[in-house]
Write a new protein. Structure first.
Length: 132
């Protein structure tokens, strides 16, 4: 049975836009500390902003469950867990370089989820048959 690809619903589009905003926001935070990577002193991120991004990421993760494939939800969950881990150590526990790496650990699964939303599985692997 051939599965027709449906266009994204407005809910899916809105959630995708929020995920793009979150990725851009985490990138901006990461760029803000990029100049201090050699600095051994603790990193002092704005935890109120990071908390807001974390809450939004958690909300997106919950909202994504009925809207997107399990692989997307899993990537969002990983990003959310990494963000929680960063918040537990903020501010002033991590060096700038460790904080920078931790932000990458948030952005990689977030970018992966967005990529999976933008490129559905049947378009990624045209030679494999869908078993629905």
């Amino acid at each position: 049975v051939e599965v027709k690809e449906r266009p994204m619903t407005s809910e899916q589009r809105q959630l995708r836009q929020t995920l793009l905003f979150l990725r851009t926001s985490f990138e901006a935070v990461q760029h803000s500390i990029a100049g201090r990577l050699e600095d051994p002193l603790p990193c002092w991120l704005d935890t109120s902003m990071l908390s807001m991004l974390s809450r939004e990421l958690t909300r997106c993760c919950q909202q994504a469950k009925p809207l997107f494939a399990p692989a997307v939800v899993e990537q969002l969950f990983i990003a959310s867990q990494q963000c929680d881990l960063l918040l537990k150590q903020c501010p002033g526990v991590l060096s700038s370089s460790v904080c920078h790496r931790q932000l990458s650990a948030i952005m990689l699964p977030l970018a992966s989820a967005i990529g999976q939303i933008d490129t559905p599985a049947k378009r990624r692997w045209p030679w494999s048959k869908s078993r629905h």
